[in-house]
Design a binder for this molecule. Structure first.
Ligand SMILES: [Zn+2]
Length: 117
């Protein structure tokens, strides 16, 4: 079937937003659904200290679902609160130094339940 604007600059078949190919040639996977976040109130964060190489202490926050929480944003928040560096690794948030009390308090303010062990 001849399209209305065939042969004109408007003759552009619908294209995929992601790969730019015409939709008939696109084989992008279906869009990934936004991860479902969980309310902090339903979660218990486990906060503990761990000793690392050269006796350095880190404070580790675990037991939080990596899909149910924006761990990167949470880590950034905790780093600011503690004035310390940190990282997210394997679903755990690690903050450099001994910040158990500050992290527990920051998490509780956000609504999380906490447990230290
Ligand atoms: Zn595509």
């Amino acid at each position: 079937m001849q399209r209305l604007f065939a042969g004109t600059p408007w003759d552009r078949p619908p294209t995929c937003d992601r790969c730019g190919k015409p939709e008939t040639e696109c084989d992008c996977p279906p869009p990934v659904a936004e991860p479902k976040r969980l309310p902090p109130e339903t979660q218990t964060a486990r906060v503990r200290r761990e000793k690392r190489a050269k006796g350095k202490l880190v404070t580790v926050v675990g037991n939080l679902d990596p899909d149910g929480n924006d761990l990167a944003a949470l880590a950034a928040h905790l780093k600011t609160r503690c004035g310390a560096g940190g990282t997210v690794k394997d679903g755990l948030i690690e903050i450099q130094g001994d910040h158990l009390a500050a992290i527990e308090s920051a998490l509780r303010i956000l609504g999380y339940k906490t447990r230290t062990s």
